[in-house]
Design a protein. Structure first.
Length: 176
């Protein structure tokens, strides 16, 4: 028998802190594969969304609806707290319940967990200029991760010319 298990926790740390059984950890930890969360996987979100959508539509024998550019952008911007399961469930819901040929941003119904508010990642109480600066840095860094470092794609997604992106990064004290 082969057991495959997944978690979003650091099990070695959980063992050290007494929250996970050491013997079970060593039984499970034969081969470890560490994957970044979906929100850090850039264009993979779109590839997976398309795959799941096609898979579910084929299962019920319907043509696969297309994702509009705005819907694709929303998928890229979403934080995916439920990771791949959340994306898979969304595509399944769309395949079975969505009647149209083109999926728009508003059709996705992306939401945050109850009581969760989207965070800017910027601490409260800062002067506006510093909060704006920190937000811009974080937003550019997030976009770089999503585009896997392809600066042409980063600039396009941010609506900037590449030279203007590099200039902005230097102004913010970021390493281009």
């Amino acid at each position: 028998m082969r057991l495959v298990a997944a978690t979003n926790r650091n099990l070695a740390q959980e063992v050290q802190e007494g929250r996970f059984r050491q013997d079970l950890f060593y039984r499970l930890n034969v081969v470890s594969v560490t994957l970044p969360p979906l929100r850090e996987r850039g264009e993979d979100v779109l590839l997976l969304a398309q795959h799941f959508l096609e898979q579910f539509c084929a299962r019920i024998g319907r043509p696969t609806p297309q994702l509009s550019p705005e819907a694709k952008q929303a998928l890229l911007e979403h934080s995916w707290p439920g990771n791949v399961r959340e994306l898979r469930n969304l595509m399944e819901r769309l395949a079975y319940l969505f009647p149209n040929d083109v999926i728009r941003r508003e059709d996705l119904g992306l939401m945050h967990l109850p009581g969760e508010r989207p965070s800017t990642g910027v601490p409260a109480g800062l002067p506006l200029s510093e909060a704006t600066r920190q937000f811009q840095i974080q937003y550019i860094e997030q976009t770089i991760r999503q585009c896997q470092g392809r600066m042409v794609d980063v600039a396009r997604r941010l609506g900037l010319h590449r030279s203007n992106l590099y200039r902005k990064m230097r102004q913010l004290g970021m390493e281009p």
